[in-house]
Design a protein around this ligand. Structure first.
Ligand SMILES: Cc1cc2nc3c(=O)[nH]c(=O)nc-3n(C[C@H](O)[C@H](O)[C@H](O)COP(=O)(O)O)c2cc1C
Length: 382
């Protein structure tokens, strides 16, 4: 049974007081860069986060992130106008910049044949036309973002074309992106990133890999983070497996200027996830997740299910991202109707069992209090 932590009374006041006492946060680079109170970034989570979560986190003094990878420019404009109406604090807009999908009929046919037994079993047909495919960040979206002026734009899977990065930075927006190796971190810094998100293998969701292509050699946060900190001059944000004050203190002890938490925010009431997803998160154990490419065509850490176990976790002939999502849609919907997650991409990290059912604002403040208390305990041991 999941721990339901009582709301910390006066946690907001405590977090503020703790933060006003010097020395508070041991590394203030991201705090100073963005003028935020706490070095806590709520991860953008496409498909699971609407405006409510970034509003709550930014209002708590962290950095709220709004995922835009699945949205058209008009939808981004509408959502940002709502978010800006509810908070004047800094926000992050997040996009994917994957290479446009290359279709390969032979691979797609072979994959459909591989799944044929499941279509027969569930009595559904498969298709390979992506309905809601994430589009890579392009000029039209850049126009919208330059107009909207978010304090931060973060990317997954590298960076867009150099002229787009230049436009964003000239508009005053800070540009961040995820690195899963030291080489990717160096590349991001060389190509204009203002901060690098070091994404360890524990992380839920898609691996941000864009130079690396070997999933088996991806390093965990504890090993990757200090190596990235040593390799780049820009601030480094630790992502992957951080879920409470202990994780934040560990990451900052290794040189992180901030942390980015995804899975830990999924149990917040603000997360837009199904009851099945929520139940699977609550039942998750340390060994419930795996990195797989069979659900989307790119390596992503998810709660394991029948498809991952029977065809993966890493299969060699999988259609390119994001085609497998469309291939699986009918199966997934039918299975979910029957109460099963056999074909669902329930993104989650290895620290899922540390999740707490708190509102996003309370969780952010609690994380800050926990981490600050830990720093104080380390500075003056009993
Ligand atoms: C449900 C879910 C969806 C995610 N979607 C995105 C996304 O749209 N963009 C992105 O940059 N990262 C995404 N990520 C990865 C996070 O940015 C981050 O690397 C990860 O959550 C950190 O690890 P943790 O889940 O252990 O906290 C997602 C993660 C999860 C759990």
């Amino acid at each position: 049974m999941k721990r339901k932590t009582a709301l910390p009374k006066k946690s907001e006041a405590r977090a503020r007081r703790d933060n006003s006492r010097a020395p508070a946060w041991p590394n203030k680079r991201l705090i100073d860069l963005l003028q935020i109170d706490h070095p806590i970034v709520q991860a953008p989570m496409a498909g699971s986060v609407g405006p409510d979560m970034p509003v709550a986190v930014s209002e708590a003094g962290g950095l709220g992130s709004f995922p835009c990878a699945l949205l058209a420019p008009a939808q981004v404009r509408e959502a940002v106008s709502e978010i800006r109406g509810r908070t004047s604090k800094p926000i992050n807009l997040n996009f994917f910049c994957h290479a446009p999908t290359r279709r390969d009929e032979a691979i797609e046919d072979a994959w459909r044949k591989r799944l044929a037994q499941y279509y027969t079993e569930l009595g559904v047909e498969g298709s390979c036309s992506p309905a809601r495919a994430p589009a890579p960040f392009g000029e039209e979206m850049c126009d919208a973002v330059v107009e909207l002026k978010p304090e931060v734009v973060s990317f997954h899977f590298g960076l867009p074309d150099a002229f787009l990065v230049k436009r964003l930075r000239e508009s005053g927006t800070k540009v961040f992106s995820s690195a899963t190796t030291v080489a990717e971190a160096r590349w991001l810094e060389d190509h204009g990133a203002d901060a690098v998100i070091a994404q360890g293998a524990e992380a839920g969701g898609h691996r941000g890999m864009f130079l690396a292509n070997e999933t088996a050699t991806q390093a965990g946060t504890l090993a990757l983070l200090p190596q990235v900190v040593d390799a780049v001059k820009v601030p480094v944000i630790a992502a992957g497996g951080v879920a409470d004050g202990r994780g934040i203190a560990a990451a900052m002890g290794l040189g992180a200027s901030a942390v980015q938490l995804g899975t830990a925010y999924l149990l917040c009431p603000e997360a837009r996830i199904s009851a099945q997803y929520r139940a699977a998160l609550k039942a998750a154990r340390d060994d419930s997740t795996a990195i797989t490419n069979v659900l989307t065509g790119r390596p992503a850490r998810v709660i394991t299910n029948r498809l991952v176990q029977q065809t993966g976790p890493i299969a060699s002939e999988v259609p390119a991202f994001p085609l497998p999502i469309a291939v699986l849609t009918s199966l997934r919907m039918k299975a979910e109707e029957q109460g099963s997650i056999d074909f669902s991409a329930l993104y989650a990290g290895q620290a899922a069992p540390l999740g707490r059912e708190l509102a996003a604002k309370e969780l952010t403040l609690k994380l800050a209090v926990e981490a600050l208390e830990r720093f104080r305990a380390l500075a003056s041991p009993a």
